[in-house]
Design a protein. Structure first.
Lengths: 678, 308
């Protein structure tokens, strides 16, 4: 009964997204209607999707397939607990983002086509839900493409801004390079097993040679890694995510990049069993590099949405630390610990989705009132937008892993999984775990530094521009969306125990983890490692802190009730206090940039215009420009570009421009293919 | 009996933290050939601040007003969850090392925000410096105690103290490396030489003092007191985690009495060490500090390498 209803809900939710998509195209002439239509159906679709996911998470999965007239392609869907978990996260964030969108989209009325936005928005969400439930490789590629194209059109939605179109093009190119690698991986799987169906591939996976398996691993790592935004394949992410309207940035950063991680888990853990050791080590190292470099680049960034996008790279890194350790444990056949690693990784996927969406929505609320993304133009907004400020602060504390908010608990579990690796793994891989744990420790500290900068510069002190002075609190739908997510970050933190248990069931549903209990025990009171190495309790931390704050507050109030509080000026050193005396985002991050100059390669260019060219004492103007040299651009992409240019040069000889020659090429190619295939 | 122990455990840190600050100042004064203030002067300072009116900047928000209470509450709750004189509380409170580290980060986070809140030029730079150092200290701090956690097979601080006190002496080499790493982190976290000068108000060098520059009255008292608490928390960790001899395993009165005396003696020795260090070295340039902090991290890694 439960299975039938979850399947029904799955269809209804996809149907609602289709109605939302097509309907908003039909009514696109009328802005308000198109907006409400598109977003409302997205909200309903997501809520039904949530129901379907919950039914599978606590019940059993379902699958079905339609054969099509096209060869090979079959529309087959299989929703197990892992898929359901991802559908749950996607639907949850989509529901909140859509409510937020109703208010946020208003600013585009009359400037852009709201109907098209509704169409691509619904297609995007439906695409993501199908991506995490597709069971057939070719069907997967189709829905993967729907998701990628829809998000591409959402990135270039504000097509009057040339920077957005450029970001979109980069995204388009990168995502299709990724898709090319994915296609190759699937073709290799097909040639080795004779099937595009993931279940069939899994059954026949014994026949794949180790060399073939490694090739598939590398291709899939590059293909899905591009979508996930691992370093150095991340270059599209910091420019594409900020370009989209903010509630869509929240979806892209919060959930879309996780579809890449989903396929990592699906392929490396389930479809290709008996993981070789070096896969896990590679994933772990990529995780360590991505988390550390992601947060370092975030510190250098002063565009609020770009900064958040870099933090997505950081958090993908943390997720990969959990997944990588899980893969290594699998290679050593330590299933209990492998479950711990995977649960840490899934938990962080969930947590990152909530707090990153929250931060993006709060940033969008600020941007819609100040009309700039440059942090240096904000300041003092906590007095003008108090609720947005509170929500952003909660998101900032969660992403900085401060207890008792949710980010802490998944990082805690990731740490435990890495510590377990240091304690019990083979000496040959201990160094990788030490490296990973070290990078996670520094990442945590740097993230906190970055969010002190972000929150302080945006919301504290005095406004730094006229825009910031005239800001006021956002409308109720925006605040509602943020409030739900803010409450969630705390609620998830407090109920970390039961959530970890549910996630361990998701892991246990996969064949690779079945049969052994996880290496931790959890309930409402605490999460404890089975070998008693460590334990943590969110409720206790929360209760203690609140109790002590109240006690301190009342004790001090009673003791000092006769003391007065005067309101005065900030100490101004005898000059006139203005906003230029406050620290800037550039100044705040400068010392960290200096310390990490070996990686970040900061640049400084000073331009001085003198009053008298010969007597260089009096400046008319002096401009200092700080920048960061992009090491990927310099050492990685430029080399590829050179190579491609070289090859293209050679290929030119084939291009005569004569149509007959091209027809001849086609015939030769077809005949060759026919001969080979026979 | 157990309730009395609880009260002692919770109040020990806030009650005695100003005293140890006074002791360090007194020793430093002796080194400089001054008589110096009485070792009880910090109590008088805090008391004086509580009895004064307060000026709050018109630019400051609720973060500025709320932060001192939060920071003080965090130091109290950490003070209650680390081994001071008995391991009786091993299974209560949040005694996990990761939780303690991240709670410390919680208080630093709010202190830095409060420093930026009033919009003065000093506060912002203090916050920037503080967060830079805090971020780089995290690795060394976390890993130095982790060495002991691996030795004791637990990150529970009480269990660590328990296990280490029964460890044979010859296995002490990694612990010494870890202690050196911890010591560097201690000096950085509590704002002592060579990281920060606790008695300076020179804008080029101050870190902690720059952040609290706009505070006055009861909130300044709370912040000063919290800083003293944090200092004593780190001294106690250094004394009781790395050298846990004498800590009581039972609730026997004689044991506890002895443990308390030993606790004061060990913390006193660490105080002397910090004071001697501060009197004999100069403050380092800010951009030299990361080298020291990375050294702390590397020392911990070496120690982990030794025990694996």
């Amino acid at each position: 009964m439960l299975a039938v209803s979850s399947q029904l809900a799955y269809f209804v939710s996809l149907m609602l997204f289709s109605i939302g998509a097509v309907g908003s195209l039909i009514v696109m002439k009328r802005n308000t209607l198109a907006n409400i239509w598109g977003n409302t159906f997205a909200v309903f679709g997501s809520i039904v999707g949530l129901v379907s996911a919950v039914a599978v998470l606590f019940g059993s999965g379902f699958s079905f397939s339609f054969e099509t007239s096209l060869p090979f392609l079959s529309l087959s869907v299989h929703v197990d607990k892992l898929s359901a978990f991802f559908i749950f996260v996607i639907s949850l964030i989509a529901a909140v983002a859509s409510v937020y969108g109703i208010g946020y989209v208003k600013q585009y009325y009359g400037k852009y086509n709201i109907g098209a936005l509704g169409f691509f928005y619904n297609a995007f969400i439906a695409g993501m839900i199908m991506v995490v439930s597709a069971q057939h490789a070719l069907f997967f590629l189709v829905v993967w493409e729907i998701m990628s194209l829809a998000s591409y059109f959402l990135v270039i939605f504000e097509n009057n801004e040339s920077s957005h179109v450029r970001a979109g093009t980069l995204y388009f190119v990168m995502t299709h390079i990724g898709t090319a690698f994915i296609t190759l991986a699937f073709l290799l799987l097909y040639s080795a097993t004779g099937s595009f169906d993931f279940a069939m591939i899994k059954e026949n996976s014994a026949g794949i040679t180790p060399f073939m398996k490694d090739a598939i691993f590398i291709l899939a790592l590059i293909g899905f890694g591009t979508k996930a935004g691992i370093i150095p394949l991340h270059i599209w992410l910091p420019s594409a995510h900020p370009a989209a309207p903010t509630h869509i940035s929240a979806l892209m950063s919060g959930v879309m990049i996780k579809t890449g991680i989903y396929m990592f888990i699906r392929l490396f853990v389930e479809v290709l069993p008996n993981t070789p050791l070096w896969w896990g080590i590679v994933v772990l190292i990529i995780g360590a590099v991505s988390s550390l470099l992601g947060v370092l680049y975030a510190i250098t960034e002063h565009d609020i949405k770009k900064l958040l996008a870099y933090h997505s790279i950081e958090n993908i890194g943390i997720i990969l630390l959990g997944l990588g350790s899980s893969l290594i444990f699998l290679a050593f056949d330590m299933k209990s610990l492998a479950t711990l690693g995977l649960v840490a990784s899934l938990f962080h996927i969930f947590n990152h989705a909530t707090f990153k969406a929250l931060l993006f929505l709060a940033a969008g609320s600020v941007i819609s009132k100040t009309h700039t993304r440059n942090m240096e133009d904000y300041g003092g907004l906590i007095k003008l937008m108090p609720q947005t400020a509170l929500f952003f602060l909660i998101g900032a504390m969660a992403i900085s892993a401060l207890p008792p908010f949710n980010g802490f608990f998944s990082e805690w579990m990731t740490f435990q999984s890495l510590f377990a690796g240091i304690r019990s793994a083979d000496t040959s891989v201990q160094w990788a775990f030490i490296l990973a744990a070290g990078s996670l420790a520094f990442t945590g500290g740097l993230a906190a530094a970055c969010f002190v900068k972000t929150f302080g510069i945006i919301f504290l002190a005095r406004p730094r521009s006229e825009h910031a002075k005239s800001a006021h609190e956002s409308s109720v739908t925006l605040r509602f969306g943020m409030a739900v997510l803010a409450l969630l970050t705390l609620a998830i933190g407090l109920s970390a125990g039961p959530i970890a248990v549910t996630l361990s069931k998701v892991a246990g549903d996969l064949n690779a983890f079945a049969g052994q209990p996880p290496a931790f025990a959890a309930d409402w009171s605490a999460i404890t490692l089975v070998d008693n190495f460590a334990s943590v309790s969110g409720l206790l931390i929360f209760a203690m802190l609140t109790a002590f704050i109240f006690i301190v507050f009342f004790a001090v109030s009673i003791f000092t009730k006769n003391r007065k509080v005067h309101i005065g000026r900030t100490w101004d050193c005898g000059t006139n206090l203005d906003s230029r005396m406050e620290i800037t985002a550039t100044g705040f991050s400068r010392s960290l940039i200096n310390i990490f100059r070996g990686v970040l390669k900061p640049t400084k260019q000073v331009t001085i215009e003198y009053r008298d060219e010969h007597m260089r004492y009096f400046h008319v103007t002096k401009t200092v420009e700080f920048g960061i040299r992009d090491i990927y651009q310099n050492y990685f992409y430029e080399l590829i570009q050179l190579l491609v240019a070289k090859i293209s040069e050679q290929m030119r000889r084939m291009q005569s421009g004569n149509v007959n020659v091209y027809v001849a090429y086609i015939i030769v190619a077809l005949i060759t293919l026919l001969v080979i295939m026979k | 009996m157990i309730i009395t122990l609880w009260i002692i455990q919770l109040t020990l840190i806030p009650a005695f933290s100003p005293l140890f600050l006074g002791i360090v100042r007194k020793i430093k004064a002796k080194f400089q050939n001054r008589t110096g203030a009485s070792i009880f002067q910090p109590y008088r300072d805090i008391g004086k601040l509580f009895r004064k009116d307060e000026v709050i900047s018109e630019d400051a928000s609720w973060i500025f007003r709320f932060a001192p209470y939060l920071i003080f509450a965090v130091t109290i709750s950490i003070g209650g969850s680390i081994p001071l004189f008995t391991t009786t509380f091993a299974d209560t409170l949040f005694n996990d090392w990761l939780v303690v580290v991240y709670l410390l980060a919680f208080s630093t986070f709010f202190l830095a925000l409060a420093g930026m809140d009033a919009g003065s030029a000093f506060g912002g730079f203090g916050s920037s410096r503080e967060m830079t150092l805090a971020a780089l200290t995290e690795g060394g701090l976390l890993f130095s105690v982790l060495v002991l956690a691996f030795l004791a097979h637990s990150t529970n601080l009480f269990t660590i103290a328990d296990t280490l006190s029964s460890l044979p002496l010859f296995s002490f080499a990694p612990v010494l490396f870890a202690f050196a790493a911890f010591l560097i982190a201690l000096l950085a976290e509590t704002g002592r030489f060579p990281f920060d000068n606790p008695s300076t108000h020179l804008e080029l060098t101050m870190i902690h003092e720059a952040m609290v520059l706009e505070y006055s009255g009861k909130r300044l008292a709370l912040l000063e007191w919290s800083a003293a608490n944090k200092f004593l928390i780190f001294l106690s960790l250094g004394a009781n985690i790395f050298f846990p001899w004498g800590i009581a395993f039972t609730t026997d009165l004689a044991d506890i009495f002895l443990a308390l005396i030993l606790f004061f003696a060990k913390v006193g020795i660490l105080c002397l060490f910090v004071a001697v260090l501060e009197s004999s070295i100069a403050k380092l340039r800010f951009f030299r500090l990361p080298d020291l902090l990375f050294t702390s991290f590397i020392l911990s890694i070496i120690a982990i390498g030794l025990i694996l």
